[in-house]
Design a binder for this molecule. Structure first.
Ligand SMILES: NC(=O)NCCC[C@H](N)C(=O)O
Length: 279
């Protein structure tokens, strides 16, 4: 199956407010032309292997480019995001309309329950399991509702470093059941949960230096991994597991707290993965 990824061009992208530590000091320090070049390079690279579907960019919602936060997709269902911050709530109607037009069954959470989509909710690639991060953006109480609405087990993970405010900034399930993650971004109980669920040989711990370069914020399609930057050590580690690493600089988006994964939302999320079907 050819993967499909949902994206939004950075036509109106800028750092216009501060809602995470990466944005501090970056208001009006962006270069929109450079952002457009970096985004086009990412879209071109992913587009060689997968299909890219874009929503038109809207003015007044500069973070709309981070489509990972539009919602959480599983098969033909999408649980729409309810952003914690007012600045991003303005994106919700655009995403809702797009998903409905594409034929998704759009599900919503109660209005007082922040949930930031695939920024904080990531499907495991071996287990029938949804990992959900909380502590900064998505509310812990979403876990039970997501489990009920999507009929899937949810494992919550507590995020403890404000630089890693979304799960996808520090945690990346990979094809074949591997997991690339930055352990220090999680509390001790969550680190223990990860260790209990994922065998040691499938865990790929990422150093602080790589995590701060958004290495965990990676797009995975089959054996291919797209990311801003990975050290030679991490690249070797991923290659030794059979992955092909594509580095594509995304410094303009890091000024807003996002990189490759945040700029995409995978639309092809079958419930039964090939690896599970074989099991
Ligand atoms: N981590 C993600 O999934 N998305 C990046 C979102 C950046 C945006 N400036 C935000 O703070 O919500």
């Amino acid at each position: 199956m050819t993967d499909r990824f949902f994206m939004c061009a950075p036509r109106h992208f800028e750092v216009a407010y501060v809602i995470n530590p990466w944005m501090e000091g970056n208001i009006a320090h962006g270069n929109n032309k450079k952002a457009m070049r970096q985004w086009n390079a990412l879209a071109r690279a992913i587009g060689k292997l997968a299909r890219i579907e874009c929503i038109p960019a809207e003015a007044g919602v500069p973070d709309m480019v981070f489509t990972a936060n539009a919602g959480l997709v599983l098969e033909n269902k999408v649980v729409l995001s309810r952003f914690r911050h007012a600045q991003r709530r303005l994106e919700e109607p655009y995403f809702e309309k797009w998903f409905a037009e594409q034929g998704f069954h759009v599900l919503t959470l109660p209005p007082d329950m922040p949930f930031e989509g695939a920024g904080d909710a990531l499907l495991d690639r071996r287990l029938p399991l949804l990992w959900m991060g909380y502590g900064h953006r998505s509310d812990f109480s979403c876990a039970a509702l997501l489990s009920e609405k999507l009929e899937i087990e949810v494992q919550t993970l507590k995020l403890v470093n404000s630089r890693f405010y979304h799960l996808d900034t520090c945690f990346c399930p990979l094809e074949g059941g591997y997991l690339m993650y930055h352990p220090a971004a999680f509390d001790a109980a969550s680190q223990a949960q990860i260790a209990a669920r994922i065998p040691a040989e499938y865990r790929i711990p990422v150093s602080a230096a790589d995590a701060f370069e958004f290495a965990c914020n990676a797009v995975n399609s089959g054996r291919n991994i797209f990311l801003n930057h990975a050290s030679p050590a991490l690249t070797n580690e991923l290659q030794s597991r059979g992955f092909i690493v594509h580095q594509t600089p995304l410094s303009e988006f890091m000024k807003a707290g996002g990189a490759a994964k945040c700029l995409t939302l995978k639309l092809t999320e079958p419930r039964k993965l090939a690896s599970q079907a074989a099991a």
